[in-house]
Design a protein around this ligand. Structure first.
Ligand SMILES: NC(=O)c1ccc[n+]([C@@H]2O[C@H](COP(=O)([O-])OP(=O)(O)OC[C@H]3O[C@@H](n4cnc5c(N)ncnc54)[C@H](O)[C@@H]3O)[C@@H](O)[C@H]2O)c1
Ligand SMILES: N[C@@H](CCC=O)C(=O)O
Length: 541
């Protein structure tokens, strides 16, 4: 990656179909049965040591069958966090001295292992632990993660190759150093790919990392760590700590060597981390880089010229795939009355027919929401919606936790576009619809632009080019990823670099050169070949 070698050109990992009779389907079924049948100890990884964290133990279960335990995990204690930071510090000199090509090779090998022999392990772990259907697991834990690793190597090469001009008689060089200290990567439950990307992107740039996965993603995170080891990641480059992170943050955010935070999760937690760093700012060796991709209240706005079939598909897939638990999920839609008249019954029937259940049965479109907390929160949202005169529940509206945390895909019609259903992130399968008079398209664009604090994803569905152009113009700052005649989910690494602004994050675009730049601290070296030997300038004579 110093410019003298060629790296394999990146390509997006093809999405396998898992159609009946396919070899990938058979292999996945075997792996699902194996992983479901053998509960694991979900340990910390501290250098070459794996042991249970010292705090309270808890079970990691299948969300769609909450009696089925996948493993036992434990809360990391402050002492565990200190041990992790020590590992990161000890591993740093050798890792940053390794050539960029050698570091890149680890992640290119990890990508090939993932796309090949490890594919069904990561898919099965993600399906069982996070209740993803096979389609949702395949685009996440197999394809997107392999893409992150391959494209990051490609983009890192561009970052490292970036060099300044040199005037005659001088040679200027940029030395893209890693940060001085450790990076703290904190990852969400909903994407195994994000869990894999957040610690490895800073590591690729020469940093060592303390990684804390979400407890509800810990099952797949465990296998991810094993995969990185199999790919040749040296011990200590990424240490993995388990649990909810409170004790880890107490230690990590107070450590003078905290060099950066790579976070994805809720706006509330990111703001808490940022605030704590602010309070401790005088105590760090350098200013920690704060990179966070957070919540969303993502919109689909339809114009009277919209194709109803395109709109219906964008809404069903955009709102309900993975139970609406994507930061990018369509959670509010603005539909002109003439289109709603033709769309409503069909959309409701399609939604009511979506099959939901244990994701090991590959025929389902939906699984369960992630845990008891999410279930209770969403059940309360549905209760409120049913008793609110300003809202009409037109599809779904029920939840059942007898076997798993199941929430029916729900559509709520709301007359007031300033209502909470159009502004609050619920992070579940709840789509709010506002029906507007056809003549009010421009006013609707203006209203939806800033009614919610977020600016992550959004989509316009229209055939009229002027309507598309108006949406692009008016909504320029309302989304970091904007879609025309498509659902607002499913960004592909290398094609739609992902991230949003406002309360949705720092928009450092995961899987792009912009993100990798944040994990470097550039030193510029100027060398003068024939230096001056007299301090005086000509104008002084
Ligand atoms: N913008 C994006 O790219 C993106 C992607 C995925 C998810 N998200 C957002 O993530 C949220 C859902 O994910 P979640 O429920 O896992 O989010 P969350 O904020 O509850 O948790 C995220 C991570 O932070 C950890 N955490 C919480 N408090 C902590 C603390 N004090 N110290 C250290 N770690 C702490 C959690 O254990 C978890 O690992 C939604 O708001 C969603 O929009 C955003
Ligand atoms: N990058 C994903 C969303 C990640 C957040 O949950 C998408 O584009 O759907």
């Amino acid at each position: 990656m110093d410019g003298s070698t060629r790296v394999p050109p990146p390509r997006n990992e093809p999405v396998l179909t898992y159609a009946p009779g396919s070899p990938e389907r058979a292999e996945l079924r075997t792996r699902l049965a194996e992983l479901a049948g053998a509960p694991l100890e979900l340990t910390l990884t501290l250098g070459d040591e794996q042991r249970m964290a010292g705090g309270e133990r808890f079970d990691v279960v299948q969300p769609h069958r909450h009696a089925a335990v996948l493993g036992v995990c434990a809360q990391a204690t402050p002492a565990d966090a200190q041990a992790a930071i020590r590992c990161a510090r000890d591993a740093a000199p050798a890792w940053r001295e390794l050539s960029p090509d050698d570091r890149a090779a680890v992640f290119l090998r990890a990508a090939d292992l993932l796309a090949g022999p490890w594919r069904q392990t990561l898919n099965a772990a993600t399906m069982l632990g996070q209740s993803k259907t096979v389609q949702q697991a395949e685009i996440d834990s197999a394809c997107e993660l392999a893409d992150f690793w391959r494209y990051n190597v490609h983009f890192a090469r561009q970052v490292l190759a970036e060099q300044p001009e040199s005037a005659p008689g001088t040679w200027n060089r940029s030395d893209h150093r890693p940060l001085e200290g450790f990076v703290y990567a904190i990852t969400p439950f909903n994407f195994t790919a994000i869990a894999g990307n957040l610690p490895t992107a800073p590591a690729l740039m020469g940093n060592t990392v303390v990684w804390k996965p979400a407890p509800t993603q810990q099952f797949a995170a465990h296998f991810l760590m094993r995969l990185l080891e199999a790919a040749g990641l040296p011990p200590g480059v990424i240490t993995m700590v388990t649990g909810d992170g409170a004790a880890v943050s107490e230690v990590a955010l107070a450590d003078p060597a905290l060099a950066g935070i790579h976070f994805t999760g809720s706006t509330r937690v990111f703001q808490h981390l940022w605030r704590t760093v602010g309070e401790n700012i005088g105590g760090y060796r350098s200013y920690p880089r704060l990179v966070g991709e957070t919540g969303g209240k993502d919109f689909v706005v339809a114009h009277p010229s919209a194709d109803v079939d395109v709109l219906r598909t964008a809404l069903v897939r955009g709102a309900f795939e993975y139970q609406g638990q994507k930061c990018s999920a369509a959670s509010r839609a603005y539909v002109p009355r003439s289109v709603w008249t033709r769309l409503r019954d069909d959309l409701v029937d399609t939604t009511e027919a979506l099959s939901m259940g244990d994701v090991s049965d590959l025929s389902h479109f939906l699984g369960a929401v992630i845990d008891r907390r999410a279930f209770d929160r969403l059940a309360r949202v549905l209760d409120r919606a049913r008793s609110d005169d300003a809202l009409t529940v037109v599809a779904g509206g029920t939840a059942d936790d007898a076997e798993g945390f199941f929430v029916r895909p729900t559509i709520v019609e709301g007359t007031d576009p300033g209502h909470e259903v159009f502004t609050t992130e619920y992070f579940g399968p709840v789509l709010a619809v506002h029906v507007y008079d056809d003549a009010d398209y421009d006013a609707v664009l203006t209203q939806l632009e800033s009614v919610a604090p977020y600016a992550l994803t959004g989509a316009v569905v229209a055939r009229d080019r002027a309507a598309i152009a108006a949406a692009e113009r008016v909504l320029r700052f309302a989304a970091g990823n904007f879609y025309v005649n498509d659902k607002p989910t499913g960004a592909v690494v290398g094609q739609q670099p992902f991230g949003g602004g406002r309360a949705s994050g720092t928009n450092d675009k995961a899987g792009a050169a912009q993100n990798l730049l944040r994990w470097t601290s550039t030193r510029v070296i100027k060398e003068t070949f024939v230096p001056p030997t007299d301090y005086r300038y000509p104008h002084m004579s």
